[in-house]
Each structure stands twice: as C-alpha cells, then as structure tokens.
Design a protein around this ligand. Structure first.
Ligand SMILES: NC(=O)c1ccc[n+]([C@@H]2O[C@H](COP(=O)([O-])OP(=O)(O)OC[C@H]3O[C@@H](n4cnc5c(N)ncnc54)[C@H](O)[C@@H]3O)[C@@H](O)[C@H]2O)c1
Ligand SMILES: [Zn+2]
Length: 377
C-alpha cells in the first residue's frame, strides 16, 4: 500500500467474468496507446467514437490520432454534454449515427467520456444489430472508478433514471488519469466520493490511506493511479462474483438510498451532483448505523471528518436551494428501485470497511432519524 509508483507504470486490473472477461488499464498518458491496444484486440474492426462536446474539445483529436496511427478507421459521434443525452433522443442520435457509420457485428464502439457517454454508448452498442462490442475510455473520475466497470448501460425514462438498459460488458477499459486534469474540480471531488465509498464499504486500510493521501490523489500524482486501481479492483471483484446484482453487488449502493433521494429532490441538477449526494448519503448511512448501535459514534464522525476535509457535503443544509423535508425524502426512498415489496433495504456498516446489506428496515425508524438529522446545521 505504500509502494511508490512511477508515472510510467500502468496498472492492469482484470475483470474475471469467464468468456466476458476484460482488462482495465490504468495509467497516465495512455490515450496515445489506445489505438495500438484496440488494434491488438480487433485488427480489422471499424470503430466509432461516441463522446460529448466538452470531452471532444479536450480529447477527441488525440483519440482519433491514436487510432489513425494504429491504422484503425474511425467515425465520430458527438452528443450534447449532460444527463439530458441519456434519453430516447440521445439514443436515437447515437444509434442512427452508428448505423450510418456502418458499424457491424465485428466492429467496435468506443465510449470516450463520463458516465453519461459510457451508459449511452454502451446501451447503443448493446442493441445495435443485437449487440456490438464496445470499449470504455472513461474521462471523469466517477466513470474511471465506477460507471465504466461492470457492464451496466442504459438511458433514463421521463419517469425515472436508468429505467431502460442492458447488462453489456465492455471488451476493454482504458483509464488515462491525465484526462482528469481538464475535469472541473467540483466534478473531480464528486467522483472522489465513490473512491471513498470503496474504503468505507470494504477496505478500512484503503480508507486510512485515503485519509493520509487524498491531497496527492487530487493533485494527480501516482497516488491518483493507485486510488483508481484499488477502486477498480474492488468493483471488479464484486462484479465478478455477482454480475447481475442478486446479492453482494448491492454493497456498491452504500450511501445511495439516502443519496438518490436527495439527488431526486434537487431535480438531478447542478444543485447537487451525484457524488455530492452520495457523500451526504454515506455520512447518513454511518450515522444511522451508529444510532442503531452497530458502530461507535466516533467511527461515524471519522467518516464525516474525511468527507468534509476533501470538501464534500455531509449535512443536508449544504444543499443549494435548501433540503427537502423528511416526508418528501421518505416518498422518494419508497420510489427507489432498491425497495422490495415495501420493506426498506439499506447498506449499513459495522465499522469503516465493514458494510453489509440490511433488509427489513422499519420506515418509521428511518423517518425519525431523518427528522433529527435534517434539524442539524
Ligand atoms: N453504469 C454504471 O454502473 C453507473 C455507475 C454510476 C453512475 N452512472 C451514471 O453515470 C452518470 C454520471 O457520470 P459522470 O459523473 O461522469 O457525468 P458526465 O458524464 O455528465 O460528466 C460530468 C461532466 O464532466 C464533463 N467531462 C467529463 N470528462 C471530462 C474531462 N476529462 N474534461 C472535461 N470535462 C469532462 C462532461 O462533459 C460533463 O459535463 C449518470 O448518468 C449515472 O447514472 C452509471
Ligand atoms: Zn454512485
């Protein structure tokens, strides 16, 4: 854990899923070798790069140059940035462009972007000609540690987020940590909440390492590669044991039941980014666990201290435009797809690094807890 890494080292994490196994390659300045890696995997494939306008501005030329250098033909498909592209209209735009670019069964779709582009391009690849392979080139921290790994793809319905989708694993993930240098500090910080999540849910030593080294992770040194690799390793291990989320994969939802409710109440807007909502949700999950006597209050406070130090919210009073009340939150929690037949399922913890799936949680107890927490400033 204290091994000094040089920038030149790239780290490979394998996702062990039998015939759907693939590598996640993590390192600085990997974009230059993307073409060669793809050519090695599928020498005769045509490719289409799906990206958004922000990412295109910074990284599309380099990506195309890398493919051209490896002799790979490629088309570009640029969608608008933002969650709005994960829609029927976004799917239509990408699907029609992929057909026009003559992407066929043995060709490759390349998703160059954050979670929005990854989910959208991955879903378009899953349904194009009943399934075309795709490569993830995640460009946000959230995408590098979470959304690009595990094969969940999809779009939103006007009735709710991620209601349409497919499990479709990528054939390769290339996470170039240098591309994160153009990400806004606020987006980087929000993605960091998911990094902290891995420590909190299953690796106390990693959490302690983050507590000591988070500044280096933000600064972009080798610590960043290490943090991303540890995160990917944990997600890969969980996904390989429970690809379809029938059990253990639910642990990755630590902080997400509370978090999604706050995110929905804020209208999935810039008022509260996903990672910010998850930070708040994780602080609440630990506080609720402490209240139930599962862990010492000091442990929950340690979680809050870390999240606060990096600049993430842990109190609902931090939400721009104000927080929803407990009844509204309970309604939103009840609508969450993680609710099974009326009983609430939460990811709670017996300590940092010791989360577990707690079923049959009484709604009245959660509501009383929220009333108390919402009153805190
Ligand atoms: N499939 C999964 O398992 C999974 C897991 C978690 C989240 N998600 C989904 O991921 C989405 C959120 O992903 P996100 O946070 O990456 O959002 P995003 O894709 O919208 O990216 C955030 C913003 O950063 C910009 N951006 C991305 N990379 C950049 C770069 N290198 N330089 C400059 N700007 C850059 C984007 O254009 C966008 O404006 C949500 O739709 C969520 O549902 C999916
Ligand atoms: Zn999340």
């Amino acid at each position: 854990m204290t091994v000094a890494l040089k920038h030149s080292d790239s780290i490979t994490v394998d996702v062990a899923l039998g015939e759907r196994a693939y590598d996640i390659v993590i390192g600085r300045d990997l974009l230059g070798s993307l073409g060669a890696r793809i050519a090695a995997l599928r020498p005769d494939a045509r490719t289409a790069i799906v990206t958004d306008r922000n990412v295109a501005k910074h990284w599309l030329d380099d990506t195309e140059a890398s493919l051209a250098q490896a002799g790979m033909a490629t088309a570009r498909i640029v969608v608008e940035e933002g969650e709005g592209s994960k829609s029927y209209a976004g799917l239509e735009q990408v699907s029609e462009a992929l057909i026009a670019a003559k992407i066929e069964r043995n060709d490759l779709v390349i998703a160059l972007g954050g979670g929005v582009v990854g989910d959208l391009a991955g879903f378009a690849a899953a349904i194009l000609r009943r399934g075309v392979d795709f490569v993830q080139v995640p460009t946000s921290l959230l995408a590098q540690v979470d959304s690009s790994v595990g094969g969940k793809t999809g779009i939103n319905s006007p009735q709710g987020k991620n209601l349409l989708g497919a499990f479709h694993q990528p054939v390769l993930v290339v996470a170039d940590t240098a591309v994160l240098d153009t990400l806004s500090p606020r987006q980087f910080r929000a993605g960091y909440a998911e990094v902290a999540k891995y420590g909190l849910l299953g690796d106390a030593a990693f959490f302690s390492w983050l507590d000591a080294n988070w500044r280096d992770v933000f600064a972009g040194g080798p610590a960043r590669e290490h943090a991303i690799a540890v995160s990917c390793r944990m997600k890969a291990a969980i996904v390989s044991r429970d690809e379809r989320e029938t059990g253990e994969r639910a642990l990755l939802n630590l902080g997400h039941t509370f978090g999604h409710a706050f995110e929905a109440a804020a209208g999935f807007s810039d008022r509260l980014l996903h990672g910010e909502a998850i930070s708040l949700g994780m602080a609440l999950a630990f506080a609720f666990s402490a209240k139930r006597g599962l862990l010492p209050v000091a442990e929950a406070e340690r979680v809050e201290r870390h999240l606060t130090a990096v600049g993430l919210p842990v109190r609902s009073s931090a939400i721009a435009g104000g927080a929803p009340d407990a009844d509204r939150l309970m309604d939103l929690i009840a609508q969450d797809k993680k609710v099974t037949r009326g009983t609430l399922t939460f990811i709670l913890a017996r300590g940092i690094g010791a989360s577990f799936i707690a079923r049959d949680i009484d709604g009245a107890e959660v509501r009383a807890f929220l009333v108390e927490k919402l009153a805190e400033r």
